[in-house]
Design a protein around this ligand. Structure first.
Ligand SMILES: [Mg+2]
Length: 175
């Protein structure tokens, strides 16, 4: 079985620009590229898992998001295989079908497809929906403080599920 990291994009890998549309505005957090290279060297499979409701809201297109992802990949300069798969969840919050976090659907599909060990796999993100997706999928969740601020609901969830927290992704302890 393999182990994997499911990584949120905005607020985790890159600065959250709120409905990011222009690839020139992509800014990767310091240390993220080195962290991901180390994760690959430690045999983690990497998956990018990003909610982009701006697409269903008509604020930007899937092509815009793909271009921003491409720009991020250029900046990261990861060795092969880089990200195994990239899932852009285009649904809005009111749409219950689909891949939008907190749905565990994408994670479940990847566990099956890549024979992942849920106990050795993590989702890392800055929002409650990231943490919920991981817990619902049966993997582990970690929260980073580099994106959205904490609120009471998030605090309660972190405490209830004993979720690990980090200031930045680069502080996550790879095993
Ligand atoms: Mg985020």
């Amino acid at each position: 079985m393999r182990k994997a990291l499911f990584l949120d994009r905005d607020g985790t890998l890159i600065i959250d620009k709120h409905y990011l549309k222009n690839p020139q505005e992509v800014e990767v957090f310091p240390g993220v590229s080195d962290f991901l290279k180390k994760a690959l060297a430690c045999d983690y499979l990497l998956f990018l898992f990003t909610n982009q409701s701006g697409i269903s809201r008509g604020l930007h297109t899937l092509e815009d998001t793909n271009a921003c992802n491409q720009r991020m990949l250029e900046l990261l300069q990861l060795p092969e295989p880089g990200f195994q798969e990239i899932k852009v969840a285009i649904e809005g919050p009111e749409e219950e079908e689909g891949y939008r976090k907190p749905s565990p659907k994408f994670i479940w599909e990847m566990i099956e497809k890549y024979n992942l060990d849920p106990k050795a796999s993590w989702i890392i993100g800055d929002k409650l929906s990231d943490l919920e997706a991981g817990i619902r999928a049966g993997i582990r969740s970690a929260w980073v403080a580099s994106g959205k601020p904490r609120d009471e609901e998030l605090d309660g969830y972190i405490e209830k599920h004993g979720i690990s927290t980090f200031f930045h992704l680069r502080e996550f302890k790879l095993l």
